[in-house]
Structure formats: C-alpha cells, structure tokens
Design a protein around this ligand. Structure first.
Ligand SMILES: C[S@@+](CC[C@H](N)C(=O)[O-])C[C@H]1O[C@@H](n2cnc3c(N)ncnc32)[C@H](O)[C@@H]1O
Length: 307
C-alpha cells in the first residue's frame, strides 16, 4: 500500500512502500522480464521498468481494471515492452502462457489495496465516506459483495471473519450488533456499518490510534476478495514461474499474510528449491513511516529460485 494523491490533471499517483529495498531484492537484470503481480498505480512498476531498461519486458497484473488504466498512463512512454492485464496473480502460469513467456527474472507482490481504491467511495472499501458496501477488487468477475456477507452470514461466521482477518478483540460484540441491526433493516452502506461498529464498542476503545471500524472493514475486504486463498496459491504459482536465479519479493500488511509467506519460503528453502534473501522481514524506516503511515505495518520478504 502507499499514499495516493491526485494531480490537477486528475491523474492519481502513489508512493510505493519500501521501493529501494524492493528493487535491491529483486535485482532485475537489464533487458530482463519481470512481473508486477499487484500493479496498482504502478509506483513500484515504474522503478522496475527503469531497472529493466529499454530492452526489458514488464508485465503488470491487477484484479482491478480501474487501476490498470491509471498505470498505463505512467508506463506507456518508457520504451520497453509493457503488457498490462487484468487478472489474479494466483493464475500467473496461465497469464504468462497467454503471452508466450515461459519464465521470468523477478516478481513483485505488494498485497492489499491501494489508496486509489480506498479513496473511491463507490468501491465501498472505506468508512471515511459513505458508499455501497461492495469491496470487490474485480466487480466483473466477483459476485459476492461485502453487503451479502454482512446481511446473510451466521453470527458465529461473522465473528470468526472479524476476529481472524481483522484481529479485532471485540469481534463477538460487533457480530452480535450487526445481526441485531440487520433484523430491523438491511445493512447497505459503509456509513451504516461503521455506525453499528462504533456503537458496539466500549467507549474507551474509540480513542485509539486507528478508527474503530478499521479492523472490521479490513476483515470484510479480505473475506470478499478471498485474499489469503489467492496468496497461498499465488506463492506456489509465482515461484514456479521464476527462472533459475529469479527472485520473488512479497510485501504484506497482515500477520496472516506474512505467516503464509514465511512458511512457504521456509519450505522452499528446506526442499533446496530456493534461498531466502531476508532472514527477518524488512520493515519501513521511521522516516518512511512518518511520510507514509500505511508503510508502518509492511513486511517485506524475498526468495531466490535455485532449483
Ligand atoms: C497495495 S496496491 C499495489 C500498489 C503498487 N505497488 C504501487 O506502487 O502503485 C495492491 C494492488 O494489488 C491488487 N491486487 C490485490 N490482490 C491481487 C491479486 N490476487 N491479483 C492481482 N492483483 C491483486 C489490488 O487491486 C491493488 O491494486
């Protein structure tokens, strides 16, 4: 994730998280082939493109069509070969087969959503402005909206999602409040849900550093987009698409994501297929965190394919 701003021309830009660290770990060769599996607003991709140089080939993938349009504007004038495609990085093998690319030198996954998505009220990712409870990254391919989960799941299922994906200690109270409110009227907007969450929490809890609805909204987003399933499969598929000596770098923002990455890398190391390049995950410097608060929870891990 990173900070997203809008220029006077209506173009969005994005400050990528730990950009230099990502570039160093990816160590892309001039003229090589690389994949940004979570293209977003092309913050990282732009740097990757420069590292590949004019003879390189950059493949950018995002589940979100709107982000692809934004990224294209930034990458089109660089001279190298660029392919931008809508899709899930968990299907990278099929995407690369479609492009007739057998293997690549580097892959970056910068997980979660961008501020561009978060700031668009119509997408329903944020409680900061009112919008429909949607939260789908890909509105064409995905059928289940956050509103459906909130209005149809059993109380214990909601509690589990909010507790596990949101790491919210008041998950039980929030789930109970949701079920009570939806019996009166369907919960359809981000503001209605945020108000229910606020009322469900003990008073002191609302004085924390983050907004009290943050964890529940994050949990619903992860559930709607089946993000952990995509990551689990994606790590397997992406690693297989690396050339010998190719590198996979993952930036995660959630302890469950980081655990998946850590365990997968460990098992690849044990089976002598990969060398872990980050004994401990890299985190953003104090300076970066001050300029980009979202980088606070970022963890970066990388592995090189040897087998
Ligand atoms: C944190 S943003 C990436 C920001 C980007 N690194 C930049 O610097 O502009 C994550 C992006 O990945 C996309 N995304 C998340 N999960 C994905 C998946 N499984 N496959 C493809 N794209 C995904 C989101 O739609 C979002 O645009």
């Amino acid at each position: 994730m990173g900070i997203c701003e809008r220029t006077d021309q209506g173009e969005h830009f994005h400050i990528p998280v730990m950009p230099q660290e990502a570039l160093e770990l990816l160590h892309l060769p001039q003229g090589g082939v690389a994949v940004d599996g979570t293209l977003g607003l092309a913050g990282h991709a732009l740097l990757m493109a420069r590292a590949l140089g004019a003879d390189g080939h950059l493949i950018g993938i995002d589940r979100d069509n709107a982000s692809l349009g934004q990224a294209e504007k930034k990458l089109s004038s660089l001279g190298l070969k660029v392919d931008l495609l809508q899709g899930n990085f968990s299907t990278l093998d099929k995407i690369l087969a479609g492009l007739k690319v057998c293997a690549v030198d580097g892959i970056l996954l910068d997980l979660g959503i961008s501020s561009f998505q978060l700031d668009d009220a119509k997408r329903g990712f944020s409680f900061k402005s009112d919008g429909p409870l949607d939260m789908r990254m890909d509105a064409q391919a995905q059928e289940v909206l956050a509103a459906e989960l909130v209005n149809t799941l059993k109380e214990n299922q909601l509690e589990k999602i909010i507790s596990e994906f949101g790491e919210e200690r008041f998950a039980r109270r929030i789930a109970a409040a949701i079920v009570m409110q939806r019996a009166k009227a369907k919960i359809t907007t981000t503001k209605i849900l945020a108000d229910i969450i606020l009322r469900a929490l003990p008073r002191g809890y609302t004085r924390g550093r983050i907004h009290p609805a943050t964890r529940t909204f994050q949990a619903l987003r992860i559930a709607v987009n089946e993000e952990l399933e995509s990551l689990s499969l994606g790590l397997e598929v992406c690693f297989k698409m690396l050339k010998k000596g190719g590198r996979l770098c993952v930036i995660s923002f959630h302890s469950l994501e980081d655990r998946l990455v850590k365990n997968k890398f460990k098992s690849l190391n044990l089976s002598l297929e990969g060398t872990i390049l980050t004994k401990r995950p890299l985190v953003a410097s104090d300076e970066e965190c001050a300029g980009n608060p979202r980088s606070r929870s970022a963890k970066m891990r990388a592995i090189e394919r040897i087998g």
